[in-house]
Design a protein around this ligand. Structure first.
Ligand code: HEC
Ligand code: HEC
Ligand code: HEC
Ligand code: HEC
Ligand code: HEC
Length: 189
């Protein structure tokens, strides 16, 4: 009963401001450092330049969880701290402009002010681990990163790939093969 009253209050509170809280499909905020997933998480693409030097135009196949350490363990995926970047960039590309920018934050002891791409309203309960650890009858994962975030390893700047609204959540939860709960308290508690 309490939950229903709360949800009705919410419906009224949000009625005049549709979508003001939840970034929509296509939202692609600029980031403080031009970080491209395709250069880190994407597959390699080696070529030889006109001076005969080997050059990787692609990425370094770094697994998502090397940087996003929590999605299988908790609600949040978490963003990497600058330490993780400096594991490599204290020796890789040290004279490049973007590494100098990275190092400046590091030296100043300031976290990089990454801009949130996805941000559900606070009255929605979401949990990464509940999704990523769920298995079907064959023992295969029911969902993967790309079902919700698209092919991030092929992206330059990350953008929102799906609607991330209630209809979108429910569309998947209602699929028989997902067997995910659809009662209100699943996502509003
Ligand atoms: C080398 C470290 C690194 C790797 C590897 C990496 N990421 Fe990221 N990721 C970041 C950083 C840094 C950000 C924050 C800057 C940005 O949004 O581009 C980020 C942002 C994101 C976001 C948006 C977060 C938000 O604010 O909503 C998603 C989604 C994401 N990564 C998914 C992935 C997936 C999926 C993979 C694997 C295919 C992956 N990442 C691999 C470092 C990494
Ligand atoms: C496992 C090693 C590794 C880690 C960890 C890593 N990088 Fe990189 N990064 C590389 C390599 C290798 C290159 C390519 C260097 C070059 O092109 O000279 C690169 C290139 C880059 C570039 C330039 C890409 C371009 O468009 O040319 C940026 C920006 C960058 N890294 C940022 C980051 C940030 C921010 C983090 C932490 C979230 C990070 N890296 C973590 C290895 C790493
Ligand atoms: C079922 C859909 C779904 C799947 C699968 C999924 N995510 Fe997310 N992800 C979301 C939602 C929804 C948010 C926004 C959460 C919020 O704002 O509270 C999010 C946010 C993020 C963020 C921003 C930080 C945070 O936790 O809010 C990162 C980084 C991220 N996801 C990475 C990943 C990675 C890496 C994977 C795979 C290992 C993954 N996600 C799988 C739906 C998903
Ligand atoms: C691509 C499919 C898909 C999408 C999109 C999706 N989910 Fe899920 N969700 C699942 C699956 C599969 C499970 C796990 C079912 C199981 O336990 O086997 C799940 C489980 C959950 C759970 C845990 C339920 C419990 O108590 O066990 C919550 C909470 C949840 N989802 C919220 C959301 C929210 C909020 C969104 C939208 C922002 C969303 N989901 C989008 C497939 C999806
Ligand atoms: C699978 C997850 C999920 C379930 C189940 C769910 N909701 Fe939602 N709900 C959401 C998300 C995500 C939003 C945020 C939508 C946005 O920001 O666009 C939301 C938003 C709302 C809002 C705010 C108005 C709006 O539409 O944005 C109300 C009211 C609401 N839900 C009521 C309910 C009721 C009542 C039920 C049960 C019949 C329910 N929800 C079940 C995920 C869910």
């Amino acid at each position: 009963m309490q939950t229903v009253v709360m949800l009705l209050a919410l419906a009224i509170a949000t009625a005049g401001a549709p979508g003001c809280m939840n970034p929509r499909k296509g939202y692609e905020p600029p980031q403080p450092i031009f970080f491209q997933h395709l250069r880190m998480a994407g597959p390699a693409n080696w070529t030889v330049d006109d001076k005969g030097r080997e050059l990787n135009l692609g990425g370094y196949d770094i697994p998502c969880v090397y940087c996003h350490t929590m999605p299988y363990k908790g609600r949040q995926s978490t963003l990497p701290s600058t330490d993780i970047c400096m594991n490599c960039h204290s020796t890789v590309g040290v004279d490049k402009e973007w590494v100098l920018a990275l190092k400046k934050y590091w030296d100043d002891g300031r976290p990089i002010p990454w801009v949130k791409v996805h941000d559900l309203p606070d009255f929605v309960y979401f949990d990464h681990s509940a999704h990523l650890n769920a298995k079907d009858d064959q023992g295969k994962p029911k969902v993967e990163c790309k079902d919700c975030h698209g092919d991030v390893a092929a992206m330059g700047v990350v953008s929102v790939q799906n609607r991330f609204n209630m209809g979108w959540c429910l569309e998947c939860h209602r699929k028989p093969e997902k067997a995910a709960p659809t009662d209100c308290v699943t996502c509003h508690r």
